[in-house]
Design a protein around this ligand. Structure first.
Ligand SMILES: Nc1nc2c(ncn2[C@@H]2O[C@H](COP(=O)(O)OP(=O)(O)OP(=O)(O)O)[C@@H](O)[C@H]2O)c(=O)[nH]1
Ligand SMILES: [Ca+2]
Length: 963
């Protein structure tokens, strides 16, 4: 076995890959070995009172001299600086990028906008690709698992999966937990962590005892969530062609650039639509050249910077800790501490930037972000929130924010509130939410609050046109410009009348209608209509809301991505009786109908081919013979695609039925009668000739061959579909768009389990819910129904990269792009902002074959795919041998995984898990779903490892504990 970290340098030509990287794709900033400079450690111990012109006394945390703290910290620092340099990762990586002749690291123009700060993120694509491209093949399906990212966050270029498990175990048991312990018991702080403890002069002492509270676990999720995709304005990854070649040796890790020019938009864009009330903004104390750091005046707009939440001063990574001190109120210059934040930055509160994550350990980050979110001065100023035209008092704001169903992400602005129904919206706009009713906040509602012109009134407000549409769809009579009185439970009556005319939410479909119209629906948590919502859901998914012990996995993907195949696989894999007798009977009929449909497609193809052939003949004849054209008619109109009159009659009849849409009605009921004819048809040479050109029949699905080739058997009355037949069959799960299956993963090999029943009961239960993509439309608000889902499994068909489909506007669009668009809309949907995502890249079998014929670059998104292939390419794609080069398909898969991971982290600042799957192979799907289970398990254990987070690992490296 080659020593880890050794690079593979063959003769220059064949040096394509650095072999030592066996890990998952790298989507994170690579760990930087930052030698800790004592002088740079911010110690905000001494609070100087700086008198400012506005008579504000601001506590200033000045860095104390290095000498003062050297003694105190040296021990800890030695540990830190040693452990920060992970010898297996950074060094190995550097060496490779330096030596590998082919691995020229280029500076890409790619900018991934980190929404948390105005920081763009630039990666050395080529090296990353080749580093991640150096696969040993072990990543297939479940093993693709970026266990490393997931468990330790250690993006190491040479640590194998196995090793990462060791790391997790080691650090978890000895290192981190012990560390945690010492905090808990002593209540005092060892070594360098004391940095944070230092009083900030605002009377807010940061108490580390808090760290052990469970709240921390949830706090973490707050850090990075919830960015509407619109805020991420420029996402351009790749395209490194025009860029100068950077010095890979000097610059082996991620470099950053600031996108200041676009920054303002990115940062503030989210407040665009509403009439903001912004308090006068504090200006930075210094003026600097655009793009430069406000402290050292160095750098340009491409250097990564952290921004002060108050005055917008920007600091480079060398200065930020000095300029911001211990950050008791989060990211503010020390001189800005105590000042309210710039409201346009409210959305970023508590959302840590990549830069800070690199500079500080997880513990520190959590503490700072907690302060940033929770300290009093950063809270929303009540006088900036107007409700029905009146500014709120402190108390009113408190009432509003603490009610059982508060408006989400309240920002300064003008809002209207219908206290009777709970409808809530921005001034001049349709309602955006239904909040708790009867709150005593703001003034009385005005008729023109939502600027409606529908001439229909609800509780004194003239409603908007969309609301009117919703009312009509909900069956509310709206003729004669009525004035309605709508209560919080959705019951409504006409003003001045006593009788309740009905319930707006009474109809099961109303919630869906609202989703489509982007109108709010009553929230589950506080609304009396909960029952009705439950009914709606439970009719589709029995006991859906009752079974709270179930862990729910939502399976979703663009149509054709293979979700129903995976769903069926799960049934076959984990259910003792995957399909009931009834189901099997239905599926049998379905399969038989499908086969007739395939036949009809063949017959249509046959006609087309026959015509084409005849036309060709005509042309040839008319050009050969100089005689009149009429002579050629009726002479030889036979081609290999011609069939005998009897079959022609049958074929015409089938086609006619198909066109009339009655195929399902007639077949397979008439199967018995027509089976012999079908058999004859199938065996006819013309049909076989057509079948051999089936690739030209676009609408014939690829699974058709599987069924057509056993057509005779299938159309027999005693046909019983096998599991594989069911797996391949189209349409089994799509009847109502939503299907679910409960199961548990078998724990051990079947022969080990003896007392199956008991064991089965104790196993964790899972529910796989498959939603059909079709009909989602742009707006997938009804996904709110899936609030208690634990993980979203998003399925993408790799083989879609050269496929096209009609999009919402009727344009023909690459299916991979459509899939990406759908992915974006799902991952940014608020319902899922707390959830993990597992991306299943499916249909690898098709993909592997296809990519040898059709370049991946036909898809615009993949136009910078430049695989570096080894000369010793093996055809062995099962790649069990460690040293075999990855196939083109594997490289491409890896590349696509990285694309999605970057996209995902740019949208959510979270990490995407990826799994490679061949949906038709059971063990593959098994691996994929078990990977989802592992993610959930790890998610549960995370609180116990609160210190063992992806960032803290750099400073409290496991290796320092492993001796
Ligand atoms: N070759 C290959 N075909 C697959 C794979 N997974 C699914 N398919 C086929 O792809 C087609 C679409 O798969 P489905 O599972 O029906 O996809 P879906 O996500 O349910 O799509 P809709 O029903 O359109 O929403 C079917 O014909 C499957 O048999 C795979 O891994 N390899
Ligand atoms: Ca399907």
């Amino acid at each position: 076995m080659r020593p880890e970290g050794a690079s593979v340098v063959d003769d220059g030509v064949q040096c394509s890959f650095a072999m030592e990287y066996h890990g998952p794709p790298i989507t994170h900033d690579l760990p930087r070995a930052v030698p800790i400079n004592v002088e740079r450690i911010p110690v905000a111990a001494v609070v100087a009172q700086v008198s400012l012109s506005d008579k504000l006394y601001l506590p200033v945390a000045q860095p104390i001299s290095a000498a003062d703290i050297t003694k105190k910290l040296s021990k800890q620092l030695t540990l830190d600086s040693e452990s920060t340099v992970s010898p297996t990762s950074v060094i190995a990586f550097e060496r490779r990028t330096g030596d590998g002749n082919d691995c020229v690291s280029k500076e890409g123009t790619g900018t991934t906008v980190s929404p948390t700060s105005v920081i763009a993120f630039e990666e050395i694509r080529d090296c990353e690709l080749s580093s991640s491209g150096a696969l040993d093949g072990r990543y297939a399906s479940g093993e693709l698992s970026d266990v490393i990212h997931r468990s330790t966050g250690l993006v190491s270029s040479s640590i194998s999966h196995e090793r990462s498990h060791e790391l997790l175990g080691g650090a978890g048991s000895s290192g981190t937990l012990g560390f945690c312990d010492s905090f808990g018991k002593s209540g005092d702080l060892p070594g360098s962590s004391g940095l944070l403890r230092v009083s900030n002069g605002c009377g807010e002492s940061l108490d580390f005892n808090d760290l052990n509270q469970p709240e921390w676990a949830s706090n973490e999720s707050v850090l990075s969530l919830d960015y509407p995709s619109s805020r991420v304005s420029s996402l351009k990854i790749g395209d490194c062609n025009n860029e100068p070649v950077a010095d890979a040796r000097r610059n082996p890790v991620v470099t950053f650039r600031d996108i200041e020019s676009e920054g303002e938009d990115v940062q503030e864009g989210f407040s665009g639509a509403e009439p903001e009330i912004i308090r006068s903004k504090r200006e930075p104390l210094v003026k600097v050249r655009k793009g430069a750091c406000y402290r050292c005046f160095k750098g340009n707009r491409f250097t990564e910077k952290e921004v002060c939440m108050v005055c917008d001063a920007k600091y480079c990574s060398s200065c930020v800790l000095r300029a911001m001190g211990s950050m008791p109120e989060g990211r503010k210059c020390v001189t800005c501490i105590g000042s309210p934040i710039d409201e346009s930055k409210r959305g970023s509160l508590g959302k840590c930037s990549r830069m800070l994550k690199r500079l500080l350990n997880d513990l520190e980050i959590r503490q700072i972000m907690k302060g940033e979110k929770l300290c009093e001065v950063n809270q929303l100023p009540s006088e900036c929130v107007y409700v029905n035209g009146e500014p709120l008092s402190q108390e009113e704001l408190a009432i509003l924010q603490n009610c059982s169903n508060p408006p989400k992400k309240l920002k300064p602005g003008n809002y209207w509130y219908d206290k009777v129904s709970g409808l809530w919206g921005k001034d001049g706009q349709k309602p955006s939410k239904i909040i708790s009713p009867h709150l005593n906040v703001g003034g009385p509602i005005k008729a023109d609050a939502s600027n409606g012109n529908a001439q229909v009134f609800i509780n004194g407000r003239e409603i908007t046109k969309v609301e009117l549409r919703m009312l009509k769809l909900a069956g509310v009579q709206c003729a004669g410009n009525p004035h309605f009185w709508v209560n919080e439970d959705g019951s409504y009556q006409e003003e001045g009348q006593k009788n309740t005319r009905g319930y707006i939410w009474g109809k099961a479909g109303t919630k869906l209608v609202c989703a489509v119209l982007s109108l709010p629906v009553p929230s589950k948590s506080s609304n009396p209509c909960e029952e009705q919502v439950n009914h709606l859901v439970s009719r589709i998914v029995p006991d859906y809301l009752e079974q709270r012990t179930l862990q729910k996995l939502l399976l979703i993907g663009y149509s054709g991505s293979g979700t129903s195949t995976i769903f069926k696989q799960a049934k076959i894999l984990y259910k003792e009786v995957p399909f009931s007798e009834d189901e099997r009977e239905n599926i049998k009929v379905l399969i038989q109908s499908n086969v007739y449909r395939y036949l009809v497609i063949l017959l249509e193809g046959r006609e087309r081919f026959e015509e084409e052939n005849l036309n060709d003949k005509d042309k040839n004849q008319s050009s050969d013979e100089s005689g009149p054209i009429g002579n050629t008619n009726g002479k030889d109109d036979k081609t290999i695609y011609s069939i005998c009159p009897r079959l022609k009659t049958f074929s015409d009849w089938l086609l006619k039925i198909m066109v009339s849409g009655n195929l399902e009605a007639i077949f397979p009921a008439a199967t018995r009668e027509y089976a012999p004819l079908v058999e004859e048809l199938w065996n006819d040479s013309a049909i076989q000739a057509t079948y051999s050109r089936r690739n030209e029949l676009e609408i014939l699905p690829s699974v058709a061959s599987y069924f057509l080739e056993q057509v005779v058997k299938i159309l027999r009355t005693d046909y019983e579909p096998s599991d594989v037949d069911i797996l391949y069959a189209e349409g089994v799960t799509s009847s109502n768009g939503l299907s679910c299956v409960d199961f548990s993963f078998p724990q051990l090999a079947p022969d080990v389990i003896i007392g199956t029943v008991d064991q089965h009961d104790s196993l964790p239960r899972y529910q796989l819910i498959r939603v059909q993509a079709r009909g989602f439309g742009e707006n997938c608000k009804w996904l709110e129904m899936f609030e208690d889902v634990r993980i979203v499994i998003f399925c993408v068909a790799l083989s879609d990269y050269d496929q096209f489909d009609i999009d919402g506007d009727g344009a023909l669009v690459n299916k991979m792009l459509l899939s990406r668009k759908f992915f974006e809309s799902i991952v940014t949907h608020p319902t899922f902002d707390q959830m993990d995502f597992l991306l299943i890249l499916n249909k690898f079998d098709l993909f592997e074959g296809k990519i040898e014929q059709v370049p991946l670059t036909v898809c615009d998104w993949f136009d910078d795919f430049r695989p570096v292939m080894s000369h010793h390419r093996s055809n062995n794609t099962n790649s069990s041998s460690i040293n075999s080069s990855p196939s083109l398909g594997q490289l491409a898969f890896h590349y696509i995984a990285v694309k999605f991971k970057r996209l995902y982290s740019s949208l959510t600042d979270k990490k995407l898990y990826v799994s490679l799957v061949k949906g038709l192979e059971p063990h593959n799907v098994d691996d994929g779903l078990k990977y989802a289970r592992e993610i959930l398990k790890w998610d549960e254990e995370r609180p116990n490892f609160s210190l063992l987070n992806e960032y803290s690992i750099y400073s409290t490296d496991a290796s320092s504990f492993s001796h």
